[in-house]
Design a protein around this ligand. Structure first.
Ligand code: AR6
Length: 200
């Protein structure tokens, strides 16, 4: 079975594939950060490690102005040594059962990240599965929100033409693969040839 799926919309593409987000070639990659913006583990640690100190310098400049980044918000910085041009940092909700506004906050992460990409007039953006690691959001529920919100936002986007869901494991990809295929079937969207956006 293939480990990537691409859906062809009118002038836009949504893909899911297995990969490491720090290696993705896109105008922006999204970081699942925390409110301090000063780094951490998971995606956050990998991005700062691979991108180098310039990313943290930019984060410090932003923190000096806004003190902390609330969950659901997003800010853009340089991507340092990464292949991407920008890192868009967003803070997902910590999952505590789903009744504390976690779904709305998670949807806001995707929406706000896409808004920063639109403001920067970017064509492509790659997302990790925000909140599904340390922050404990159930993967299937998080993927549903990621898909629904991205489709809604792309409907009003004027610059972004490509959105990638970068899945860290084959099991994570299977969730996106299944949900995207059922979304596509329900909305008469066709699958295109798989493409790779990762360069070693
Ligand atoms: N590429 C793609 N996906 C990845 C990568 C990678 N290199 N590394 C991990 N994942 P997490 P969160 C997946 O914990 O849940 C940090 O310490 C991972 O398998 O990175 O939003 C921050 O500083 C999981 O599915 O983010 C915060 O304190 C998903 O990315 C906190 O963790 C998200 O896992 C944020 O927690």
């Amino acid at each position: 079975m293939s480990d990537s799926l691409t859906l062809d919309l009118n002038h836009q593409r949504i893909s899911a594939y297995v990969g490491n987000i720090v290696k993705v070639e896109a105008d922006a990659i999204v970081n699942a950060a925390n409110s301090s913006l000063l780094g951490g583990g998971g995606v956050d640690g990998a991005i700062h490690k691979a991108g180098g100190p310039e990313i943290l310098e930019d984060c410090r400049r932003i923190v000096a102005q806004i003190h902390h980044l609330p969950p659901g918000q997003a800010v853009a910085t340089t991507a340092g040594k990464l292949k991407a041009r920008y890192v868009i940092h967003t803070v997902g909700p910590v999952f505590t059962g789903g009744y504390e506004g976690e779904p709305e906050t998670l949807a806001s992460c995707y929406r706000e990240s896409l808004s920063r990409a639109e403001e920067l007039q970017l064509h492509s953006i790659a997302f990790p599965a925000i909140s599904t690691g340390v922050y404990g959001y159930p993967k299937e529920e998080a993927a549903k929100i990621a898909i629904q919100t991205v489709f809604e936002s792309l409907g009003v986007a004027t610059h972004v033409r490509r959105v990638d869901y970068v899945c860290f494991s084959r099991a994570d990809f299977e969730i996106y693969n299944r949900l995207l295929k059922s979304y596509a079937a329900a909305h008469q969207i066709v699958s295109a040839e798989p493409q790779t956006h990762i360069k070693d």
